[in-house]
Design a protein around this ligand. Structure first.
Ligand SMILES: [Zn+2]
Length: 384
């Protein structure tokens, strides 16, 4: 057990560090390769999977944010959601339409997006909820000029949520909670911003369907539905939706005031997920090493998974493959991003996707002649 840290969710002194994690390459959440050497742990009391926020983690996260470039590979255009069918839609539009449909309220309200970035979600909310007043919070006011172009934008706060006096019908945290150094007080402060009958909406990566998320250096928490549910309960929130099949690889969470049920999760399932995911990543890296010792390789995918693999096998990688037309034809580190149909047939292409998605993509693209190499199965059961 790790002495210096307590669980971010249940405060128990029962964190087990998983040493093999330190062997794995990492990546930043804006998809740039990052050196290995991180520290991962899992709580034996509640099952929450979390990095250890030591001095090094804090310094690394600060450095990553200083150099942050959202969607740098697609030149600022938003990451698309790929259904297994190959159909695409911009991610936050999809989410915003879902949340707006769940609100079931007519008329005007107010919304605050915590960690609103450049306003991708607020732009979509502005379209979906034209009569609502929109607010945001961010570390700096850098995005203010572009936010002010939204016709129902009201205010950007650069103070912490705990210092905001106003209350809101909808509080949103889209891809921010997993970054926070102190998730419990952060979510508690967000919950305080809700009006009495308000709704809270949280979107985070799902560790159960997104194994590569463990490699994201600046993600402190790697939530499952169980651990997010427990955290929310401790923050006085009662879930109205807690799903990992809305957006691929993500947890979509909606809540109202309530909670305090003392939700206990099965700690053992979190412990099992943490260990099996690290083992899977270690196996995947040795599979790729074996292959890249014999031949040049390509990498399918230019988001976090692809870039984590790239960082570890840089000198062996000849090209990237992507289906996102905003990325095809660009280069990263001098290596081309190619469409599947243009890939040389003699170079194996590592499918940097969770196993099920890799298999589906490989089948869908079989006719292109691309030599797809899928990762090994993920769960212990599937290996038998
Ligand atoms: Zn815990």
């Amino acid at each position: 057990m790790v002495d210096a840290f307590r669980c971010q969710i249940c405060a128990a002194d029962k964190l087990e560090e998983i040493p093999d994690y330190g062997l794995l390459p990492r990546v930043t959440s804006d998809a740039k390769p990052w050196p290995g050497g991180g520290r991962l742990s899992v709580c034996h009391s509640c099952g929450a999977i979390q990095k250890l926020p030591d001095q090094k983690w804090r310094e690394e996260a600060a450095l990553i944010y200083r150099n942050y470039e959202m969607y740098h590979l697609s030149q600022g255009s938003e990451q698309l959601v790929f259904a297994d069918s190959g159909a695409v839609s911009p991610r936050s539009q999809h989410l915003v339409d879902y949340v707006a449909a769940q609100l079931k309220c007519s008329g005007a309200g107010s919304l605050i997006d915590i960690g609103c970035g450049n306003g991708e979600a607020l732009t979509n909310f502005s379209r979906a909820l034209p009569d609502w007043k929109l607010y945001g919070t961010e570390l700096t006011d850098r995005a203010l000029p572009s936010l002010q172009r939204l016709k129902n934008f009201a205010e950007l706060y650069t103070v912490s949520p705990g210092e905001i006096a106003e209350r809101f019908s909808l509080v949103t945290m889209i891809h921010s909670l997993e970054h926070m150094a102190e998730p419990l007080p952060t979510l508690r402060d967000a919950a305080q911003l809700m009006a009495e009958d308000g709704t809270l909406f949280v979107e985070v990566p799902d560790i159960e369907t997104s194994p590569f998320d463990l490699l994201v250096a600046d993600h402190l928490m790697h939530f499952s539905r169980a651990s997010l549910g427990q955290l929310a309960d401790r923050c006085g929130l009662a879930p109205t939706a807690l799903a990992n099949d809305m957006i691929p690889k993500e947890i979509t969470f909606l809540a109202r005031r309530g909670g305090g049920q003392g939700l206990g999760g099965a700690a053992s399932s979190g412990v099992e997920i943490a260990h099996s995911t690290v083992r899977w990543l270690v196996d995947l890296m040795s599979q790729i090493r074996e292959l890249s010792d014999k031949s040049a390789i390509g990498i399918f995918g230019t988001s976090v998974a692809g870039m984590a693999v790239y960082g570890a096998f840089r000198e062996h990688v000849q090209f990237f493959v992507d289906e996102d037309s905003s990325r095809i034809g660009r280069t990263y580190d001098g290596k081309p991003v190619m469409a599947p149909k243009d890939v040389p047939a003699d170079v194996p292409v590592i499918m940097a996707l969770p196993p099920n998605r890799a298999k589906k993509a490989a089948m869908r693209l079989a006719s292109t002649g691309m030599r797809a190499v899928c990762p090994p199965p993920l769960t212990a059961e599937a290996m038998n």
